[in-house]
Design a protein around this ligand. Sequence first.
Ligand code: SF4
Ligand code: SF4
Length: 431
Amino acid sequence: MAQVYNWQLGRRMEFPFEEHHPQWQFAFVFNINRCIGCQTCTMACKSTWTFSKGQEYMWWNNVESKPFGGYPQHWDAKLLAMLEEVNPSGQVWNAARKDPQKSPYGVFQGLTIFEAARRRVGPEGSQVALGYLPSDAEWRAPNIHEDTPQATIFNRDGQFGGEARLPEHRVWFFHLARICNHCTYPACLAACPRQAIYKRPEDGVVLIDQSRCRGYRKCVEGCPYKKALYRPTTRTSEKCVACYPRLEGRDPEITPDGVPVETRCMSACVGKIRLQGLVKIAEDGTWAKDPTNPLYFLIRERRVALPLYPQFGTEPNGFYIPPRWVPRGYLVQMFGPGVDHALEQYCCPDRELLAVLQLFRAQRHIIFRFAIEKGPKVAEVPVVLPSGKEVVQEIYNDTVIGFNKLGKEVVRITIEEPTFERPKELHLNAI
Ligand code: SF4
Ligand code: SF4
């Protein structure tokens, strides 16, 4: 096994291959606080890529209700239990050992799926990545337990219920939208005995070469997020392709000038929870400093968006702004020790962060750079932070501007939504 650096774990880790990094990396931020579970993203993907025979149970994009839902069922709880069994009480972080570039969340002291696999030798030897093959029954219901909350208390009448008051609701659930994370160290790729899976050097997108795949399903077993899926009609595995023709700007209808645009699931998002982009990767594999790239700003500068289950060790390139109302222990298990910092940032965003948050789903062109034009102060709002500290948020009517790959302005938004009065002489229904 080679040793590779995983910045999300703050340390080197074992991986079957030496480090090779793309020039750019496909990445995205989902703001869970905004997701309404409408499944428009899911259907946008299905109607584009997986509508054919044999793809009935393929949901490259899915949205599940946490804590009980999952596709396949219990995918995360099962793997967490397997890791715990291999390394009892050892899956812990040292959040004090932080470095803004090399270990922004601290250092993970437990075992990744690659490291744990070597400690668990079964009858067929050890796996490349600790994992399991879900049963057919587990794949059957893409949105099982939809909108089912977790609650541990009952109200005065003995009925199921409880308070909905921040910082943590006592009855809670949230929608978790998921696609392939196009991981830096993909377990699907590592587990494939045919070397049918590859990571593109130009944008870090992870693809399965259909001509090499023989349907052994090792990728399905190895992917900790269960985002490689098996198609029985062709006996091959398939997965999210990051809508790569759109990334390449090869859609003659919407990108005649060849600029990259966001994927279908991102473009269709009704709740405006999604911001997708490409981040520049330095030669050593770290993210090249680029504070005016909206994704770099949100993930590396403000650390308001966090990776999903970073402890699995694949260095996923999907990041989430955690839901404000959910018990912290659950969120820390899911997003690592950066949760408190992310929520403090999100609950009282500073001027620049508030401006960048407006860029979600504002334009289907991928935004490579933003700029902010300063406006007047329009409000002072008292805010209680999750820590209990009381602060005053100052809100300015700034304008955020987004630029595409060619440096062309493609979006301009003010913090205050402009209102227009229709002249009554022209509109019969004006009052
Ligand atoms: S999320 Fe799974 S399928 Fe996607 S790149 Fe990572 S390991 Fe592979
Ligand atoms: S379209 Fe957006 S809001 Fe609707 S379920 Fe998907 S991610 Fe959530």
